[in-house]
Design a protein around this ligand. Sequence first.
Ligand code: SF4
Ligand code: SF4
Length: 444
Amino acid sequence: MEQAVFPKKPYSGRGGAKTPHYKNTCGRESISVPLPGMIVLPVQQHIGAPCVPCVKAGDRVLVGQVIADTTAFVSAPVHSSVSGTVKKIARIRMPNGSPCDAVFIEPDGLQELSPDIKPPEVNDRESLLKAVRASGCVGLGGAGFPTHVKLNVTPDKADTLIVNGAECEPYITCDHREILENSWNIMSGLYTLQELLGFKRVIIGVENNKPDAIELLESIAESETYDPHDRIKVLKLKTNYPQGAEKVLVRSCTGRTVPAGKLPLDAGCVVINITTLSFIADYLKTGVPLIKKRITVDGSAVGMRGNYIVPVGVPIADVLDFCKVKNAEKVLMGGPMMGVAVSDLSTPVLKQNNAILAFSGKDAEVPPETACINCGRCITSCPMRLQPVRIQRAAARKDVAELEKLGVMNCIECGCCTYNCPAKRYITQQMRVAKAILRESKQK
Ligand code: SF4
Ligand code: SF4
């Protein structure tokens, strides 16, 4: 068997932001939140085709029962996180503003399991992909891309599996807790994926601000019993935001560059979030689909900061109540760099959510924009080698040809340009507008 080759240290990248860590909650064991009065399950909690509800008002549903699905390949079924009664199917507004049908379920408190829950039979690539789809798994690091689509690779296309344990956003510690609380699950998922999908090597990338997590994973990965062919290595990554962005991670772990407009697969890599991997291992053992989620709740308005296991579909307001949040003036779904501000607290926690942050006072203020001083910091801090200052000017002129030339679609919306701008310009927002202008021009 060919020997796997690993880098001795991470490859260096470009740009980034020296954000504060604020990993206040990494030492706190996860706590389960009680069931709310109503669970709200949007039929699209993933990138791809929306599902269609397969239940109706008045139906009794059980924990783990499929309540919405589709035959589309790029999609993932939605399961009930509670037993109870379907009250209605109605349109809600998702955090990004788009409308979506949602199934409202009133829990009965019995948490009766669906008889369909049983460990799947998995013994080859096809049965693994089928099981991952049936589990409703999507990228749990925030992206929400259906995992069975990502794993639909063959050894000639991808030789390296990169496990993303970077967790580079300030405040968020749910992946860190997953490593500390479920390291054996992670390893078991990793061996299954490596064996059935034929990766030559597996690199687990973890930022070096999590020494306890690194030590724990290394102690398993370096054991001859568990990795006899030396195919798995833990790589300590420099703590530098956005280390966990897929393209940045591919560079740090392999030295390869994902070509502009392409995917990690085009550099021979598959990147999977560490909690996603742990969930897959758990599903293969128990057959319980993706119905609950660990999220970090933190911020200056939170009385009880920590990591919480919540049923998918619990309204944010219920989580905030349980965590003793008072006078929140700004609530974010996700981290402060890439998260989305929430205007309606009845919005439910989705499969891919990893944090709710609530701020008050100065922390909730947005500094006023001032004029650009042409310092170029947004350019030097861009990990994608873009020229944000030029892109925002081209967007203001609606100069589609220039936006194309400047490669705006390669922007990963990491927020480093905004963070480093001394004039406090809302550059990342303008990058999103610029991308929308270019997309629309192509649809005409
Ligand atoms: S960092 Fe801000 S002030 Fe400096 S060039 Fe970019 S937009 Fe202008
Ligand atoms: S232009 Fe996009 S990729 Fe570059 S720093 Fe700004 S948000 Fe990040």
